[in-house]
Design a protein around this ligand. Sequence first.
Ligand SMILES: *Cc1c(COP(=O)(O)O)cnc(C)c1O
Length: 492
Amino acid sequence: MSVFYRSTRGQGEQITASQAILNGIAPDGGLYVPTSIPVPSFPFEDFAKLDYRETALAVLTLFFEDFTEEELKNCVERAYDDKFDIPEKVALKEAAGVYYLELWHGPTIAFKDMALSILPHLMTAAARKNGITDEIVILTATSGDTGKAALAGFADVPGTRIAVFYPENGVSRIQKLQMVTQKGKNTCVTGIRGNFDDAQTGVKKMFTDRALAEELAGKGFRFSSANSINIGRLVPQIVYYIYAWSRLLKNGVITGDDRVRIAVPTGNFGNILAAYYAMLMGLPVEKLICASNENKVLYDFFGTGTYDRNREFVLTTSPSMDILISSNLERLIYHVAGDDPEKNRELMSALSSGGRYEITPKMKDRLAVFESGFATQEETAAEIKRVFDESGYLIDPHTAVASAVVNRSAGDAAPVILASTASPYKFAGTVTGALGIDTGDADDFALAKMLSEATNTEVPKAVKDLEGEPVRHEGVCDKDGMEQAVKSFLGV
Ligand SMILES: *Cc1c(COP(=O)(O)O)cnc(C)c1O
């Protein structure tokens, strides 16, 4: 075996993939990173011969070495089945000169399904492999989409329970409805009086609280994470970048040597980090375009080399990107520091004490492949309208943030693969507003119908099925009350 996992903060030994997936976050508060990036044994162009599942199997096999082929195959088949509404699982649509990679054909109509439909299977296989008999308790902080996708993935999975925390006033109405109507005896959904960063910080605190871990272990529980801090989330996201590139190759849009630009609407930095890993595996990438909304902490970081979260938190029309502490950036920092845990630890402790850190000029040079931009809410709305008017293609506000950034950075010939991260129907209010459709005070379901009629597109089943579902989770707590909420859910 050659790929192991270690903490970005350097404490503790190297562990296997299955152990990293089970732990979620390292005991020292760091994130697990691969000790080396594996490269396929076959020419990269051969990915064009593989379908989505086969691509997934090839990538997972390289990163998750201690799983057997049988186990990974089983995980892939159970994840990428007909809960996706197209046989290809993802679609690549050309519109207004950009290749939109639609990652929202899964059950919760956002890209989080791509990884969260496989994570529960990886996790239960990992538990069996490591002889874990404790019940696994998934703790999840969500800015809107992870929560529902994780709930859908883990609901009624034997041996697991899942607790989700979302900012009570920081998600779209459809996102909230999707979560609070969740079925499944092992699920718990709680709104917090605070923002996403508060939810994420609270969850991370519980993960690294040893006394709490011991108390729960005594009762037969152990925590893990379904957030993109879990390496089991990140690796399945590498797959679709390789797949999208290989479709362009297969369709003769590019040759094997042509580079592509990859644009990603970014929040917690998980999705774009997966594209970076794809590049390190050999994907010919010219630029990785990191797009932010008005919470443009990443845009400022790439421009200046200083990460500074000390600023006003803005609630925007792209709520899943309303984040000031982008967890996964820590993995990139670790890599551009030369896989140096000491340097990373120093910067992360500056972040947690003073809310900011500055990287060295050498580290900044290693970020040259990244380009960054941001779009205001107005620009985002205008972009939804521009793309629709020019091509009849409908995009959601998150996708539109990246689309606006790409549209502005014209002049580069390399084709753009743009991660389209949610169905426009998940944010029908914003999308109808952007298109100037008069909706009066219609509710979410009426809005979806109006959007459908005005744009000649179909309301996704996931939205239709929500109508009339009873609310099953009414819990709300303060950000200091999260531990208590988890304990009462577990009955301890
Ligand atoms: C989660 C999410 C994002 C941000 O992805 P990160 O991996 O957190 O950077 C963007 N758009 C949508 C719709 C999302 O759900």
